[in-house]
Design a protein around this ligand. Structure first.
Ligand SMILES: NC(=O)c1ccc[n+]([C@@H]2O[C@H](COP(=O)([O-])OP(=O)(O)OC[C@H]3O[C@@H](n4cnc5c(N)ncnc54)[C@H](O)[C@@H]3O)[C@@H](O)[C@H]2O)c1
Length: 249
């Protein structure tokens, strides 16, 4: 950051966002947390457009116009498409997709009015492009967010606003909640991850802070997953290795 003042982390009370906040603070940067939980500096439910306007006004009073905006606020969701209640679809999209759009738009308008450059990073997911049964609503919310980032990057580039996203793989945060943590699933995910372990919040935070600094990069979704999303599920080589067989080249 050219000026140590002026970063906002939306969803910074927990998990990946909290790791971003810790890294900023370790660097002596001034950072405000927007969240609905924990003890945020600014209360903001990103599903509520009025709350976003209020949070921006409060932020401008507290630290002025932020140069870097990171949005990690999001909700996980599990549900088969055949059974999904419309209200659940709307709730997930309102937080994971519409919320980041409204937050970025509010800050873009303020930055444009002030002729100030800015860097925005949203948190998509490898699930934006990978198909997982029972995750249709979540996958769709993140796929739309990844596209939103690209269009926003294109529309706002003339105002010197860069817009990117990170796409975490499986990362050990409270969001995993009820995920099966025994060796069965967890261990298999580790085994399928080329770098050999699950993600930690700090891994994603490191990528977010680095991406904020890349001045010639915009409209990108940087997958931060230890290589998890590189593999095809066909993976005959992996199966041969698991069976201890000679690989047929
Ligand atoms: N953990 C993973 O494996 C993983 C993988 C891919 C993507 N992600 C994404 O990373 C982001 C961060 O998730 P995490 O794993 O750190 O989870 P987390 O649950 O630890 O953190 C999410 C934060 O978002 C906040 N939040 C939720 N709804 C909100 C709302 N309406 N308004 C404001 N804040 C709200 C929560 O209070 C919480 O502080 C999410 O967007 C998630 O979809 C996580």
């Amino acid at each position: 950051m050219s000026d140590a003042a002026g970063a906002v982390v939306v969803g910074g009370a927990s998990g990946i966002g909290a790791a971003v906040v810790d890294m900023y603070r370790a660097r002596g940067a001034s950072v405000l947390v927007w969240d609905i939980a924990g003890k945020p500096d600014v209360e903001c439910d990103v599903a509520d457009p009025d709350a976003i306007d209020r949070a921006l006004a409060e932020t401008l009073d507290l630290i002025g116009l932020p140069a870097q905006l990171t949005i990690t606020a999001g909700v996980g969701h599990v549900g088969m498409l055949l059974d999904e209640p419309v209200e659940e679809w709307d709730r997930v999209i309102a937080v994971n997709t519409r919320g980041p759009w409204l937050v970025m738009r509010a800050l873009a308008k303020a930055s444009i009015a002030a002729s100030a450059p800015a860097s925005f990073i949203a948190t998509s997911s490898v699930s934006a492009r990978l198909v997982d049964r029972s995750m249709g609503t979540y996958c769709a919310s993140k796929a739309a967010l990844s596209m939103l980032v690209k269009v926003a990057a294109s529309e706002w580039a003339p105002h010197n606003i860069r817009v990117n996203a990170v796409g975490p793989g499986v990362t050990q945060t409270p969001m995993l909640g009820e995920a099966p943590t025994g060796r069965g699933w967890w261990g298999a995910v580790e085994d399928r991850t080329p770098l050999g372990r699950l993600g930690q919040p700090g891994d994603i935070a490191q990528a977010i802070l680095a991406l904020h600094e890349l001045e010639w990069v915009t409209g990108q979704v940087l997958e931060v997953d230890g290589g998890l999303a590189l593999h095809s599920p066909i993976d005959a080589y992996g199966e041969n290795m698991r069976q201890g067989a000679e690989v047929n080249r």
